[in-house]
Design a protein around this ligand. Structure first.
Ligand code: PLP
Length: 291
């Protein structure tokens, strides 16, 4: 068993060592995966796109009819305390809210006290090797449920999808539902076509990453056309560039898909110019926007 870090965590209003945190086996998060989570990056102890993460947390809770245990200021105070207590400057804060503890019943029992758990870990950023050479992905059928818009802790489909890429030494699994691009197991996926950044439209089949709005802003800033529209499997495999985005991956070039090199001509199998501009803009945004 790998050992747990002895950092402090937050559980239901208490701060305690992670290895001492305990919840009831009757917690609906444990029994049903009946809860939601957020993962927010912290650079130099400052929070990046905090309000966007909070807005998504609020949306996820509302969709599941779980009471939000804190106002935004309360979440901010909780997160700031965790960040201050952690030894690393760059961190990934994890927040989880479950419906709480109650008798095992599929019905969304009312009046339960939500369980609030939060921890922080050192931020694992993409390596220089991954940024300079790109990463490998595999593709697979998207066999998950139809409410992937909720950032739910019920992640078994995502876990199974991720393992397919791990089994092939790849970093992510690009998912296609009925032949249409949705996302990857824990990232959004972007196709570059004729200089434009294209992503699938918002729907219940994918999570709206915090980086979706961010990338649209960065594209605007860089003069790169940005469009959300349905993308077929053929668009993915014919991409000039293929990118992943997530809180931990930031924006990352995919240079191999199912063992084939991505892209065309001299840039085949290499990170492309749209990636390079977005990477620079992303680093600037981290410096300028973190709070
Ligand atoms: C399924 C899924 N899609 C997309 C994303 C990207 O979202 P964000 O940019 O908010 O990290 C994530 C992040 O973990 C995810 O789990």
């Amino acid at each position: 068993m790998s050992s747990l870090p002895d950092t402090l965590c937050h559980l239901n209003g208490r701060t305690l060592p992670l290895c001492d945190a305990r919840i009831s086996v009757m917690d609906r998060g444990f029994l049903f995966g009946d809860g939601i989570y957020e993962a927010l990056p912290v650079y130099g102890r400052r929070l990046f796109r905090f309000d966007d993460h909070m807005a998504r947390l609020e949306r996820s809770l509302a969709k599941l009819r779980i009471d939000n245990p804190h106002r935004r200021e309360g979440w901010l105070a909780l997160v700031r305390e965790l960040v201050a207590a952690h030894p690393a400057d760059d961190q990934m804060v994890y927040l989880q809210v479950t419906r709480g503890v109650g008798p095992r019943d599929h019905v969304m029992l009312e009046g339960l006290e939500p369980t609030v758990f939060a921890m922080s870990n050192p931020l694992k950023q993409p390596t220089a090797e991954q940024r300079h050479h790109g990463v490998a992905c595999v593709s697979a059928r998207d066999f998950r449920w139809e409410r992937c818009d909720i950032k739910s802790t019920s992640l078994l489909g995502n876990v199974m999808a991720r393992q397919m890429s791990a089994d092939h030494g790849a970093i992510e699994t690009v998912l296609l539902r009925d032949g249409w691009l949705t996302e990857a197991s824990s990232s959004n996926v972007w196709v570059v076509h004729e200089g434009a950044l294209l992503g699938p439209p918002k729907s219940e089949h994918l999570l709206e990453g915090v980086r979706v709005a961010l990338l649209s802003e960065l594209c605007e800033e860089c003069g790169i056309a940005f469009n959300l529209r349905p993308l077929a499997e053929a668009d993915v495999f014919a991409a000039d560039e293929l990118l992943l985005s997530s809180a931990s991956k930031e924006v990352l070039p995919v240079t191999r898909l199912d063992g084939e090199l991505v892209g065309h001509g001299a840039l085949r199998g290499k990170p492309g110019p749209v990636y390079a501009r977005l990477y620079e803009a992303y680093q600037r945004a981290k410096r300028e926007q973190s709070i």
